[in-house]
Design a binder for this molecule. Structure first.
Ligand SMILES: Cc1cc2nc3c(=O)[nH]c(=O)nc-3n(C[C@H](O)[C@H](O)[C@H](O)COP(=O)(O)OP(=O)(O)OC[C@H]3O[C@@H](n4cnc5c(N)ncnc54)[C@H](O)[C@@H]3O)c2cc1C
Length: 341
């Protein structure tokens, strides 16, 4: 559902990742007129990028794929029917005379809101590319910076470039189904979860450390072979491959939000214990925030920071009223939705 951009919302949540989605549910529980604005054409934040992986560290969920968690979060977020706007990257914020805000997105559309909750993760992620001549020629076809499914690599000869968690995860996922898996990494050791590196060493994957892709050889946009440079000896080796998966990470970029006047350090928004930013009426939660004791990169962190921010937003909007804790088990609307009472 989308509404006219001229109607006012109590809270506009920028970012439809796990933090933003759960905060939207909680804002509904607190009777706030809520809008979510997401830059991507889909919800879920980072979850769709590793949808087939299992998450084991979300409280109360023993094991669930990131894809399924996205679906559950989306279903929960829709409980109180928030307004959801897709494919708009919020760039500008203006404070109006009455203390409310006008947000403007990259499409030029504007949104009016009394408060803002920034749940923007790392902002936009700018993927680090494989710096090899002609790499762009194969991009999207046989040179990948991510993929929807591992199935597309079944029975293929795949080279993975990178040495972090993502590279090792790809190698582990492809080892049982690909015809050949090679992994090439500039450093002499992997910077991935120790247990996964041990698992990788026990697969048939061909491991090339202190090495990098130097050249890609192909015909008609198909890859046939790559030249790998051994960095210590400067020797070149040739390897026959069909597909290359590049896992060189991405640079976080908060984009225009950096110019709003917020207190930002190293692409993180500094908040206090109530998730208040340095600008009154603007709150932040999830991967984007930094405060003493922040546990970074944990979905469960956003699940507490989001409600903490929403409770403060409720107090900000109703300064004369005491904001009491609220339990879903006693929430009249939730009871009527789920039990028809
Ligand atoms: C491969 C991988 C494995 C992981 N495994 C785990 C795990 O096992 N357990 C765990 O707890 N965590 C894990 N994580 C981390 C987890 O995914 C993040 O902590 C979580 O997604 C953070 O949620 P978020 O909503 O704060 O941010 P995000 O998920 O990053 O969502 C932010 C959203 O904001 C949008 N956005 C950004 N800027 C704007 C803007 N200006 N306007 C509009 N929209 C904007 C983005 O498009 C994005 O959708 C993993 C991450 C990765 C990459």
């Amino acid at each position: 559902m989308t509404s006219g951009t001229n109607s006012f919302f109590d809270v506009t949540i920028i970012g439809g990742g796990p933090t933003g989605l759960f905060a939207a549910f909680y804002a509904g529980m607190r009777d706030l007129k809520t809008k979510i604005i997401e830059a991507a054409p889909f919800l879920g934040g980072k979850l769709p990028y590793y949808s087939e992986k299992f998450l084991y560290d979300v409280g109360g969920v023993a094991a669930m794929t990131a894809g399924d968690l996205k679906l559950e979060l989306e279903k929960q977020a829709r409980t109180f029917e928030p307004d959801i706007v897709y494919s708009q990257l919020i760039e500008r914020m203006e404070r109006l005379e009455d203390g409310t805000f006008r947000l403007t997105s990259n499409t030029g559309e504007t949104h009016l809101t009394r408060t803002i909750l920034l749940a923007i993760g790392f902002g936009t992620l700018v993927t680090n590319k494989l710096e090899v001549p002609n790499a762009e020629r194969y991009e999207g076809r046989h040179l990948h910076y991510g993929a929807d499914s591992v199935e597309q690599f079944r029975d293929k000869r795949v080279l993975i470039s990178g040495g972090g968690d993502s590279a090792v995860d790809w190698a582990l996922a492809l080892a049982p189904i690909a015809k050949f898996v090679g992994i090439v990494h500039r450093r002499n050791e992997f910077r991935a979860h120790e247990g996964n590196v041990v698992q990788l060493l026990n697969t048939a994957a061909h491991i090339m450390t202190s090495s990098q892709v130097k050249e890609i050889h192909g015909t008609n946009n198909r890859i046939n072979m790559v030249t790998i440079e051994q960095l210590d000896t400067q020797e070149d080796v040739e390897l026959e491959v069909d597909e290359i998966v590049v896992c060189h990470g991405a640079k976080p970029d908060l984009g225009e939000i950096k110019n709003w006047g917020l207190n930002i350090e190293q692409e993180r928004i500094i908040v206090d214990a109530w998730m208040k930013t340095s600008i009154e009426g603007i709150f932040a939660a999830g991967d984007v925030v930094e405060y003493t004791g922040k546990v970074p990169g944990l979905i469960a962190g956003g699940f507490t920071e989001g409600p903490a921010a929403i409770n403060q937003i409720k107090a900000y909007l109703n300064p004369s009223q005491e904001v009491k804790p609220i339990w879903s088990t006693e929430h009249a609307k939730l009871l009527s939705i789920h039990h028809g009472s």
